[in-house]
Design a protein around this ligand. Structure first.
Ligand code: 2RA
Length: 330
């Protein structure tokens, strides 16, 4: 199969190449496309050096699937052009996520919304993906009424410049600032940009995307996004209020059986999810599972996952695997 990765020289794009290799996705021919400044460079794939081409050249080659991580502007311009030549686009930017006709997919939750006619498919935001993988199985049993979620997001979510800022500060060097503040030995409640309602774009994504993927616009979501000086993955403190009463042992059993979830929860041995140990893995790790003693029908969880993998590259490639298994990628 002819596969294009658009934005392959970026942080997420490079992880997409690794995951395609690791999962042995049936790539017969890889097209690596990036912005003009990267054209001519090479990237490694399956022990070969692949030359970076322009996105326009990639469209001309009519790949079966194009997996994008190149920002919203590039997706807005080029996804429709790929679709016009019959390519299925899986886009990691926020560009298409909230268009009603565009499926926003986490395979463990709502792959059933996909059809062979969908030529542009949106990959959700990283913090949304790990949240819905963890909570949807419990929602199906007890129906979530309200979600209060605080995220503790890795600097890798911002990109290479933010990672470099963290380590420059840590080594006492002058940092090229990706953020308005120092990030080492610090944290700040700011992801994306601030909106008129006092929330940030990152927080609004958690509200809008969670409702769309779970398929319930009545779910109330109260998010706070925090950036912290880690690189392994995003962590989330989650409080769920249900419509109906629940049994905590049954909740544990549901999570232990949930697709894509690994439960790490043994306070007696200090065993719980941590980003340093989630890094490089594709699972959504859940721990600190406990009833909320402050209000009825409510539950607390701690959710951790590698935001570059399940939060971006792996989820997108799992969508491609689903489409391929259906025979919908030509
Ligand atoms: C962040 N979720 O962590 C964003 C990146 N997509 O900044």
């Amino acid at each position: 199969m002819r596969v294009a990765v658009v934005g392959a020289t970026g942080l997420v794009g490079s992880v997409m190449l690794r995951v395609l290799e690791e999962r042995n996705f049936p790539v017969d021919e890889l097209i690596v496309a990036a912005s003009e400044k990267s054209v001519g460079k090479t990237v490694k794939f399956k022990d070969a050096e692949v030359k970076v081409c322009s996105v326009a050249d990639a469209v001309k080659q009519k790949p079966a699937v194009a997996i994008f991580s190149a920002g919203s502007a590039a997706s807005k311009e080029w996804a429709p052009k790929f679709a016009e030549v019959g390519t299925t686009v899986i886009d990691n930017s926020s560009c298409w996520r909230m268009y009603p006709e565009i499926p926003l997919v986490v395979p463990e939750v709502n792959a059933g919304v996909l059809t062979p006619n969908h030529k542009i498919i949106a990959n959700p935001n990283c913090s949304t993906i790990q949240l819905v993988v963890a909570i949807n199985p419990i929602h199906l049993k007890y129906r979530i009424k309200r979600i209060v979620v605080s995220t503790y997001q890795s600097v890798t979510g911002t990109g290479v410049k933010a990672v470099n800022q963290l380590f420059a500060e840590r080594q006492g060097h002058e940092a090229d600032m990706a953020y308005p503040h120092p990030i080492d030995l610090n944290c700040f409640p700011h992801g994306g940009t601030f909106l008129d309602n006092g929330y940030t774009t990152e927080e609004q994504k958690l509200i809008d995307e969670t409702r769309k993927i779970i398929g319930d616009q009545s779910i109330m979501v109260s998010p706070t996004v925090v950036r912290i000086p880690v690189i392994g993955g995003h962590s989330e403190s989650v409080n769920l209020e249900f419509e109906s009463e629940f049994d905590i042992n049954e909740v544990n059993e549901i999570l232990r059986m949930a697709p894509g979830v690994v439960v790490q929860d043994n306070p007696s041995t200090n065993h719980y999810p941590m980003p340093r140990f989630a890094e490089g893995k594709d699972d959504v790790f859940v721990g600190r599972i406990r009833r909320d003693v402050s209000q009825p029908r409510s539950l607390n969880l701690w959710v951790v996952s590698d935001n570059l993998r399940k939060g971006a590259a792996t989820n997108a490639i799992q969508i491609a695997e689903y489409l391929n298994a259906k025979g919908w990628l030509r």
